[in-house]
Every structure is written in C-alpha cells, then in structure tokens.
Design a protein around this ligand. Structure first.
Ligand SMILES: Cc1cc2nc3c(=O)[nH]c(=O)nc-3n(C[C@H](O)[C@H](O)[C@H](O)COP(=O)(O)OP(=O)(O)OC[C@H]3O[C@@H](n4cnc5c(N)ncnc54)[C@H](O)[C@@H]3O)c2cc1C
Length: 284
C-alpha cells in the first residue's frame, strides 16, 4: 500500500509530489505526461514570482525538468473512482486498483458540466473507462464522446469490440480510425433510457439509439470521483491544512476554489503534502 496517491498533474500535484519525494514517502502520481493544458496554453504569465513574462510552455518545461531531476514519474492514467475504506483509500485508474493510506486530490476544475443523464446512468450504460467496461459492449452499438486526442486509441480499442461506434470529438480533426467508426459532428445533449442507456438526444434534435456511451474526458468532477466528498458550489471544502471532510483525504489547487492561479495551486500542494506527512506520522 502506498503512503499517498496524488491525482492530477498540474502545479498543485507537482508541488505535492516534490514535497513528498523530499520526505522519502512512497507515492504514485496519476495524470498526464503533458502535466496540464492550463499551464502549457498560457500565453504570458506575469504573476508567478521570479518568472516575469514567462510563457506557459516555458513554465511547463521548468516544471518538467524539476520533476525529472527529482526522479518523479507521472503514471499516465485517469482516475475514475475513489473508494474510502475505514483506514485507507482504493483508487481505480484505467481498470487497475491502487491502495494508499492518504490521497491528494489535485484535479483542477472540470470545465465541462456532466451531460444531463450522465450521472444517473453511470454504471448503467455510461462509462468513463474503455479498458474497464469495453467487453460489456461486444457486438453492440455504442457512442464515444471525447475532449482530447489522447483517447483516440481507446476509441479504436472499443471499435474492435463493438458492432458500431459513433464518435463525437469535441476538438478539431479527430483521427480515430476503423471501418465501424462513424465520426459525428452533431453533439449529444442528453442521455436517456430506462434501466439502462437506450438513446442519446443530439443538438440537432435527432435521436441516436445506443447501448452505451463512453465519456472520455481529461478530468472528472470530484462529486463523481468520490461522492462522499463535501463540496460547496462544485469546489472541494478544505480547511487551512487542505484537509477535506474525509480523514486522510486532502485537496489542493483550483479544485478547492478561486482564485484559479498557479501560485495558489503550488502553495496549496505544498501545504497538503505537509499535512499528509503529519497525518502519516500520527497514524503510523
Ligand atoms: C489560458 C490560461 C491562462 C492562464 N494564465 C494564468 C496566469 O497568467 N496566472 C495564473 O496564476 N494562472 C493562470 N491560469 C490558471 C492556472 O492555469 C490554474 O490556476 C492552474 O493550472 C491550476 O493548477 P491545478 O494543479 O490546480 O490544476 P490543473 O492545472 O488544471 O491540473 C490538473 C491536472 O489533473 C489532471 N486530472 C484531472 N482529473 C484527473 C483524474 N481523474 N485522473 C488523472 N488526472 C486528472 C488534469 O488532466 C490536469 O492535467 C491560466 C489558465 C489558462 C487556461
């Protein structure tokens, strides 16, 4: 069992990882090798101390070099579910279960609201993980909604299993291939069904009959990840130690609230890591 699982590879997650590494804690860090689009895409940053006018790509390069020099790896997996056992956490990342005494939620803010019906049908035709659930859709008709090209291999994986895949890509020039993959420029606005998903309502007013929909996003809302987490207006409620309402669960960065800023994220990641160290010491 790990001491900590860090979820999210932006500035908050990096800051938490650096501090836990310095203190020789055993952790796994989930996120993307690109760290965070919100770092890479910034044109010019003028409020990060010591780096006047730095571009997002330059800041990313600095973060990444620091990560590498400290010998810290990012495990490129998306966490889809967190379960709280009495004294530890179980984290599902791309169909693999990981366990840790504590967790640091550093997932940033989820810009996309869940689709109407998404939460209601989760596990009943809505899935966030192709590897976990793809086999349930052998020979069936499914839809995939994705907001990032990095999931295209998952679309192709699903196309090998399903009879037909309607692919809704929320980005330009999607590339997923397959004779049974239909690229659709319409957009699902509602998921409907009875006991299970049966159809999608599309923006055009059309209806698409499907047995399931895979929603492959960069980030998953905290309420979906860990339903017992206390939230206020969509943000995770934390105290000054970045502790949440669940023992051993800490949060840092944009996911805890405004202002959405690099310096706040980095500072909170640092505080969360030190609170985790104290928690581990007093619970060992
Ligand atoms: C264009 C732009 C310009 C900006 N300019 C500035 C600026 O000049 N100054 C400033 O202070 N701030 C600026 N910001 C805001 C700043 O980018 C954010 O405040 C900061 O990145 C927040 O860091 P974070 O670590 O909390 O979250 P993020 O940077 O959002 O990182 C979270 C990461 O976690 C990953 N993740 C989420 N959920 C999961 C999951 N379930 N499993 C695995 N990984 C997951 C996400 O994919 C993401 O990579 C800007 C933002 C944008 C978009």
């Amino acid at each position: 069992m790990y001491d900590t699982i860090i979820i999210g590879s932006g500035p908050a997650g990096l800051s938490a990882a650096l501090n836990l590494k310095i203190h020789n804690r055993d952790f796994v860090w989930f996120g993307s090798a690109d760290m965070s689009d919100k770092v890479r895409k910034a044109h010019e940053i003028n409020n990060y101390p010591g780096f006047a006018g730095v571009s997002g790509m330059e800041l990313f390069a600095g973060f990444d070099t620091h990560r590498e020099q400290m010998g810290i790896a990012i495990t490129e997996k998306t966490v889809t579910n967190i379960m709280h056992a009495s004294d530890h956490y179980m984290v599902l990342a791309d169909n693999e279960m990981y366990e840790a005494k504590t967790i640091a939620v550093c997932t940033g803010v989820v810009n996309a609201m869940p689709l109407p019906g998404e939460t209601e049908f989760l596990g009943r035709g809505v899935s966030y993980c192709a590897t976990c659930d793809g086999n349930f859709y052998k020979g069936k008709r499914i839809a995939v909604y994705s907001n990032a090209p990095k999931y295209e291999h998952e679309v192709e994986f699903l196309a090998d299993l399903a009879e037909h895949v309607t692919f809704f890509a929320a980005y330009p020039n999607p590339g997923a291939a397959g004779s049974n993959v239909e690229h659709c420029t319409d957009f699902p606005v509602k998921i409907e069904g009875g006991m299970k998903v049966e159809r999608l309502l599309l923006k055009s007013g059309e209806t698409l009959g499907v047995d399931g929909i895979f929603i492959l996003r960069n980030a998953i809302a905290p309420a979906t990840l860990l339903p017992k987490l206390a939230l206020e207006e969509g943000h995770i409620v934390v105290d000054r130690q970045m502790s949440t309402n669940l023992p051993g669960c800490f949060a840092a960065g944009d996911c805890t609230g405004r202002p959405y800023q690099y310096a706040k994220a980095v500072g909170e990641g640092n505080v969360a890591a030190h609170a985790i160290l104290s928690f581990l010491e007093s619970n060992s």
